[in-house]
Design a protein around this ligand. Structure first.
Ligand SMILES: *Cc1c(COP(=O)(O)O)cnc(C)c1O
Length: 372
């Protein structure tokens, strides 16, 4: 009998490691509203340098980071082009509209998560009093665990620039995207899922450098980038928004307005700095565990699994009722495995699960479907 709970609801559920807690306790502190918390300042300049921006801003959540970005890019009566499933459109309580009077223009995603350039082009409004002013393109990478192909990111952001639009990246999981992109780059002949699987979980000298370089290459396609530290990077709290000095100056005002000016926030920033030092290279382990889960479920009758590119596995129940998936979730919980979803169940790997836990989850699911 497997003893501990395997919590696959999200990569936000991780607890700070003992070493991260040590770093938090040891952090030099100040009052960040006065701008003099040395650890916050160190984190902000570290990430700005890493991703190639002038400035950065530490904020409590990814939601507030996106809100600061949208309100810093757009004025009242402006609009942003965004995917239907994007966090900064669908999952943030409509904050940009509620608090910024900014209109979203949501667009359907292609099956790979991208927004078709033709759809983007068609959505740009003419300069005419009937319309909101199209001002910004907001992309998300990874999106639902999917890597936006780098060639697409380049093409879409080049298009936006040529159209005079600003470009924001919700990179809550930018480093997962960078790990996946580095793996794609390593595979000669392109990203076929089978070959990609061979490179996931492999760590060699220079692999982490390649990941950091990819993160920067992706980020440099945008005018602003938001990164979450409380997802796969394993910090308890915090996101960082990067951009030009003028942009961050405007975002700083929004953060204050939204109630996000924190005082001795260096204790939290220290966790994020620790994560940058110790938890970027290991994201490939999460991707390998996601592969392990998906592979373990392949061939189970009634279950459809896509091979994951990063740390999120979606499991579709074929020809099943909503009650049946609720039954499965209950059965999982009774057997020490936590997940979320309705028809489409979601399993997310992270630094508080290991191969033993994943194998336990696989065997519980297989038992439910009587696949063994
Ligand atoms: C988690 C997440 C956020 C921010 O979430 P918070 O819970 O507010 O930190 C933003 N964008 C994406 C894509 C996310 O996954």
């Amino acid at each position: 009998m497997y003893q501990s709970i395997v919590d696959l609801r999200s990569d936000t559920v991780t607890h700070p490691t003992p070493a991260m807690r040590q770093a938090m306790l040891a952090a030099p502190l100040g009052d960040d509203v006065f701008g003099d918390d040395p650890t916050v300042n160190a984190l902000q300049s570290r990430l700005a340098d890493l991703l190639g921006f002038e400035a950065a801003l530490f904020v409590p959540t990814g939601t507030q980071s996106n809100l600061c970005a949208l309100l810093a890019h757009c004025q009242r009566g402006d609009e942003y082009l965004v995917g239907q499933m994007a966090h900064c459109y669908r999952w943030e309580g409509g904050g940009a509209a509620v608090l910024g009077s900014i209109q979203p223009q949501p667009l359907a995603h292609q099956s790979d998560g991208t927004l078709a350039l033709a759809d983007l082009e068609a959505a740009v409004k003419p300069d005419d009093a009937h319309f909101a002013r199209t001002r910004l393109l907001a992309l998300e990478n990874t999106l639902g665990g999917k890597l936006l192909p780098f060639g697409y990111v380049q093409a879409a952001t080049d298009w936006a620039k040529a159209r005079g639009l600003a470009r924001h990246l919700d990179g809550a999981r930018l480093f997962n995207a960078a790990v996946a992109q580095a793996a794609v780059n390593k595979v000669a002949g392109g990203p076929s899922p089978g070959k990609l699987a061979d490179t996931i979980g492999s760590r060699d000298a220079g692999a982490e450098q390649a990941v950091l370089a990819e993160a920067r290459r992706i980020a440099q396609c945008f005018d602003s980038v938001s990164v979450c530290f409380s997802k796969g990077l394993g910090a308890p709290v915090g996101s960082v928004l990067c951009g030009s000095a003028a942009f961050i100056h405007r975002a700083h005002r929004v953060r204050k307005m939204a109630g996000g000016g924190m005082r001795q926030a260096g204790m939290l920033a220290a966790a994020a700095l620790h994560a940058l030092d110790h938890h970027v290279g290991r994201l490939t382990d999460d991707h390998a565990l996601a592969q392990r889960l998906a592979t373990g479920l392949a061939g189970v009758p009634g279950v459809q699994v896509e091979l994951p590119q990063t740390n999120i596995v979606f499991v579709d129940l074929v020809d099943e009722t909503r009650e049946r998936s609720a039954d499965l979730l209950r059965y999982l919980a009774d057997n020490g495995v936590r997940a979320t979803g309705l028809y489409r169940l979601r399993f997310v790997t992270h630094l508080d699960v290991d191969a033993v836990g994943i194998d336990h989850a696989v065997s519980v699911i297989r038992r439910f479907f009587k696949a063994d």
